[in-house]
Write a protein that binds this ligand. Structure first.
Ligand code: S3P
Length: 192
């Protein structure tokens, strides 16, 4: 009898359930996702990328034309499409958690919060505000901090909270893979 590797055991415990990465802009969801998918032998999907391709518009253009409400409606549609598939690591946009209806979907999978402090987040974002119209104003610190404060209670609804500091995406992915078994029970034991 051959012993199963920790990776095989983790895969079995996951049973194909999708993993959603949530967290503020700059927390590294899109960078960590591919590495995590690689470790788990899952596919990676970035909701913002799918949304831009499907709508043939940039996020900035959608916000400008249809406002945040229009963007959130599209985001919800994309989320509903994506979860028709299994075995995915899904990078969500930072504000997806603010739509209560989305939580019915998120809770069908495993929700991992990449929790990066405000100062580090802002440092990362400064160089890349392109697809982040909500931050498109002069006082980045004030705007970001108030969004973070409003959203924190929603991020706390996660299944797994990962404190991120200065690790590389690969290191963060390894931390997630290491912690996942602590929150997983086999699907058959859950009645799924
Ligand atoms: C948003 C975050 C962005 C993008 C959009 C709105 C938000 O994605 O979905 O600009 O409300 O926090 P990232 O979290 O990948 O930056």
């Amino acid at each position: 009898m051959t012993d199963k590797s920790p990776q095989q055991i983790l895969k079995e415990k996951l049973g194909g359930r999708n993993i959603f990465l949530i967290g503020m802009m700059g927390s590294g969801k899109s960078q960590t996702g591919p590495d995590l998918a690689n470790i788990l032998d899952y596919a990676f999907v970035d909701i913002d990328d799918v949304l831009e391709k499907a709508s043939k518009q940039s996020i900035a253009d959608i916000f400008e034309k249809d406002g945040e409400k229009g963007f959130r409606d599209l985001e919800k549609q994309v989320l509903k499409e994506i979860i028709q598939h299994h075995s995915l690591v899904i990078a969500t946009g930072g504000g997806l958690v603010t739509v209560p209806e989305n939580w019915g979907i998120l809770h069908q999978g495993i929700v991992v919060w990449l929790d990066l402090d405000i100062d580090r987040s802002i440092k990362r974002i400064q160089s890349d505000k392109k697809k982040r119209p909500l931050l498109d104003n002069d006082d980045l610190l004030k705007t970001f901090s108030s969004l973070y404060k409003r959203r924190k209670p929603m991020y706390l609804e996660c299944d797994l909270r990962i404190k991120v500091e200065d690790q590389s995406p690969h290191e963060v992915a390894a931390m997630i893979a290491e912690k996942l078994p602590t929150i997983l029970v086999k699907p058959e034991n859950q009645g799924v």
